[in-house]
Design a binder for this molecule. Structure first.
Ligand code: FMN
Length: 288
């Protein structure tokens, strides 16, 4: 099968998951093409047997960049089933509503969402998970993805259960798309900045430019956190959300991390449930 996965990843979590997904699809004999939505797109979607869309959950929605990518796609001549992959920092059911708008946009293009897969990955905003937790999340995703890929190839429908009034709630939370643009104009650079221009080069919307020797933040920020997360000098203040800033990549290979988990009570039950259900599924699959 020829499979296309179009995805957005702000700080690398979704990319990690999509890469693993693609690896498993390839191991099963499929030809997989990956397309980052911020890059130039000149493929013919009619050429693919199966299409997937990957994104990080942003305020219980898909980021605007993936919605506008889909809006620009041409309508398929015949209906085709598609799949969604998303990652989020917490395992709340409310995250399941993130695909509602995307699903209806895809339907207009004759792409019918039959399969949805969700993986919990460490936060890139709000607070920093410990490396120990990041390791556990990634280990879990790595074991669950092959099971999901198997079910996808068997065409087993997989829709995430939506909460009551999900469509309305998702609509309200989409204020983040507008709020991100507003907040983005209030990003500031600290004196620690060494003018490496890393942020300028990696911003997916080319929103950061050099003006009069300093950095200028325009009105197209999508709050993906790439600039501030990857800034080596932690020199970017993210406007009104600076208290929630997370800086620096996670070490996903650090199970022995002994740093104190300051947020161990946060959504404790939801995380416990996510890991318990995942471990049960992994155990069941390996017993088969
Ligand atoms: C602006 C913004 C909003 C977010 N909103 C949510 C959310 O509603 N629920 C959630 O669980 N995680 C949320 N997150 C966390 C990300 O979904 C999570 O860290 C994701 O794995 C990041 O993926 P990426 O590295 O591919 O960008 C949000 C992150 C950002 C930057």
């Amino acid at each position: 099968m020829k499979i296309l996965i179009c995805y957005f990843s702000g700080t690398g979590n979704t990319k990690r998951v999509v890469d693993k997904f693609a690896e498993c699809l390839k191991e099963n004999g499929n030809d997989v093409t990956l397309q980052r939505v911020e890059h130039e797109f000149n493929l013919n979607i009619e050429d693919f047997d199966l299409i997937g869309f990957g994104y990080p959950v942003h305020a219980f929605n898909a980021p605007e960049i993936i919605l506008s990518f889909v809006k620009k796609l041409k309508k398929l001549e015949n209906k085709k089933d598609v799949f969604i992959i998303n990652t989020s920092g917490e395992p709340l059911k409310l995250n399941n509503i993130s695909s509602i708008k995307l699903t209806s946009l895809l339907k207009k293009k004759n792409m019918i969402v039959k399969y949805e897969y969700h993986y919990v990955m460490p936060y890139n905003i709000i607070f920093r998970h410990t490396d120990r937790m990041a390791y556990r999340m990634w280990e879990t995703a790595k074991k669950i993805i092959p099971l999901d890929v198997k079910e996808l190839l068997e065409k087993k429908p997989a829709k995430l259960k939506k909460v009551f009034m999900g469509r309305f709630l998702a609509y309200i939370f989409r204020i983040e798309h507008w709020g991100g643009k507003f907040n983005g104009k209030h990003y500031k650079v600290l004196p620690e900045c060494i003018n490496c221009n890393c942020c300028v080069n990696i911003c997916p919307t080319k929103n950061i430019t050099v003006k009069d020797g300093g950095l200028h933040f325009g009105k197209n920020c999508i709050m993906c956190m790439r600039c501030s997360f990857l800034c080596q000098k932690n020199a970017i203040k993210i406007g009104f959300f600076n208290k929630w800033k997370v800086n620096g990549v996670y070490n996903f290979n650090n199970p022995g991390d002994t740093s104190e988990d300051k947020h161990k009570k946060y959504c404790k039950k939801a995380y416990q449930k996510y890991f318990k259900l995942s471990e049960e599924r992994i155990a069941k699959a390996s017993a088969e």
